[in-house]
Design a protein around this ligand. Structure first.
Ligand code: PRP
Ligand code: URA
Length: 208
């Protein structure tokens, strides 16, 4: 499955601000949230809709609605939570799970410390959120756990993806559609995305 990379002048504009090291926490968070809403729109392009009858102030008509209950958003802590409000803004009734994970800075292996997902995950479309897809270790571990819990349809939303991480997810989980706003050049020798935006968690939460 090809990665879906959103291409739009407004997205390029927002990304340029996001990457700039002078951008402060407030603006950084706001842009992560905005870009996440755009990613959500794209990820729901194939959503099933049901016809409903509505009364407008003028007349009766038919509309199409999504069953929001069919969806679960699962941010990977901590940085993934920065994307969550952008999705909740457009799909306020989706269920939410959390997977706590951080990268061991030496080995770059993911270390899981929390896992809580909504009931009935096997019947929901699961949308995993993490702004950075670098080596792919965190994403793969999260997807493995979700599949072990019974999830059948999984999508992965990130702001920036490295070719190395994309390749690893595609090899191990070819059924998972990846969406991003940019496919960057490469990883550097300490596992950071180049040009990237630095440490997403630290920039969202102002921890450094
Ligand atoms: C970052 C990011 C991803 C992970 C990506 O998290 O948010 O979860 O690294 O790297 P990978 O693809 O090589 O696994 P980090 O470990 O910095 O934790 P944090 O979200 O708590 O800051
Ligand atoms: N995690 C980040 O926050 N940034 C990177 O560039 C790579 C992993």
């Amino acid at each position: 499955m090809e990665v879906i990379e959103l291409k739009h002048p407004l997205i390029s504009h927002k990304l340029a601000i996001l990457r700039d090291k002078r951008t402060g926490t407030k603006e950084f968070r706001e842009i992560i949230s905005e870009l996440s809403s755009f990613l959500c729109y794209e990820a729901l392009r194939d959503a099933k809709t049901k016809e409903v009858e509505i009364e407008t102030p003028i007349t009766t008509t038919k509309g199409q609605m999504i069953n929001e209950d069919n969806y679960a958003f699962v941010p990977i802590l901590r940085a993934g939570t920065g994307m969550l409000d952008g999705l909740i803004k457009v799909m306020p009734n989706a269920k939410i799970g959390h997977i706590g994970m951080y990268r061991n800075e030496e080995t770059l292996d993911p270390v899981r410390y929390y896992y809580k997902i909504p009931n009935g995950i096997e019947d929901r479309e699961v949308i995993v959120l993490d702004p950075m897809l670098a080596t792919g270790g965190s994403g793969i571990d999260a997807i493995n756990s979700l599949k072990q819990s019974g999830a059948k349809k999984i999508k992965f939303l990130c702001i920036i993806a490295a070719p190395e991480g994309i390749k690893r997810i595609q090899e191990i989980h070819p059924d998972v559609q990846i969406y991003c706003t940019s496919i960057d050049e490469k990883l550097n020798d300490i596992g950071y995305i180049v040009p990237g935006l630095g440490d997403a968690g630290d920039r969202i939460f102002g921890t450094k």
